[in-house]
Design a protein around this ligand. Sequence first.
Ligand code: ARG
Ligand code: ZN
Length: 478
Amino acid sequence: RIIVPSALATGLLLAIPAAAVAGGPPASPKDRSVTGAPGIGDPYYPASGNGGYDVSHYDLRLKYQPKTDLLEGTATIVATTTQELARFNLDLGLKASEVLVNGKKAKFAATGAHELEITPVAPLAKNKAISVVVKYAGKPSELKIDGFSAWARTPDGGIAAQEPDSAVWWFPSNDHPLDKATYDISVSVPDGTQAISNGVLVSQSSKLGWTRYNWRSNKPQASYLATLAVGKFDITTDTTANGLPVLNAYSKDLGDNDGAARASIERTTEVAEWLESVFGKYPFNALGGYVPNVPSGYALETQTRPFYSPRQFANGANVSVVVHELAHQWYGDSVSVKGWKDIWVNEGFARYSQWLWSEKEGEGTAQELADYVYAQHPADDPFWTVKPGDPGPDKQFDIAVYDRGALALQALRNTVGEKDFFAILKGWPTERAYGNANVNDFVKYAERISGKPLATLFDTWLYEPVRPAAPAAAKARL
Ligand code: ARG
Ligand code: ZN
């Protein structure tokens, strides 16, 4: 691909010898040094995120027509440069039609891996506040990456909710958990249709046949945790004892799963209050959940308002999945991974909190569930070849990341004892609130609180591709 020398974009063209221009001069080392990297440096997903700037806020003003799947938007991105930038990238799969940087029209080009390359009229200095406005449009359902779409079109709308990535299907971003930001998401949909997103529904208004929903998520949020759901929903609202707004949304088309979905998600406040007793204060400005009419089977901890597939409720109420997704609000959303190999700091804890809920409900202690899971997988089960501490992109969401990941926490509990274990569970989300952490950061933290060396224990449970000996307390019972 042709690299545009920064001089071409900066009006210094005349300073370049004509022969060099005609020949298409290769970028000098200096040019490269002022180009923002097209990836943030995550070895699992090299194209994810970008280098050279840090976003603090996204303002998305969108319009979506369910009949045609056409999404049109203007994104205003408030950021700070972390280096001099003659050019930088955003991640976007839809088609940009206009880009302004600091109010001035910029050159832009869509390149290979869903990158939008932006060349401002003049290089941006380091450590400067910048604004980037991107006007864009497209049909998200037509965007496939390796045959996959994170946008689910439904009979009455569409939904963006996927991990590790969904943003490129609906807005330009620095698409990696390392660059978290606040969000205002404003979505206009035909009257009679609802648009659900993160945080507080600040206002809604209708005119000329369209209703606009204005959502605000006012704490740092990773791009994959931003969500949009358009469809015909029944919305329930409440307020917690602490005054936080609760808003749940159920597709009007959930069929037989409707009752069980409500019987689960209407317990969000109760579950969150119990989780506060384990993890400390709830980190965000709103609570809730939504269930669109999609055929998929997963759930996702979209910030403040998790996504649940109707199939989660096919056997009746499933409060356990609500516990899992709400536990992620502390472990995953407030404290986010530094890189995607750190997925255990999300999933191990969300699974373990389901075991704690079971323990509280008298449906089996965490130790009993650990014994059960351990016994379920004989030594030759490939389950034990997955390393929860570095599973690889293909096994990022393998069941072993969840179940062996939770076994690691039971082993920690058996080693440090109840008092220190629960002090660790509660202290970590406070110490790391709204930030990022990796597996080793957690190991170090647990060592600090317990005063015990724990490297061998975590090596055994998170990094050895073999079945560890049963955790001590379990062994006594086998
Ligand atoms: N974090 C989600 C959960 O455990 C998992 C999402 C799975 N996504 C996937 N692409 N497999 O609730
Ligand atoms: Zn999870």
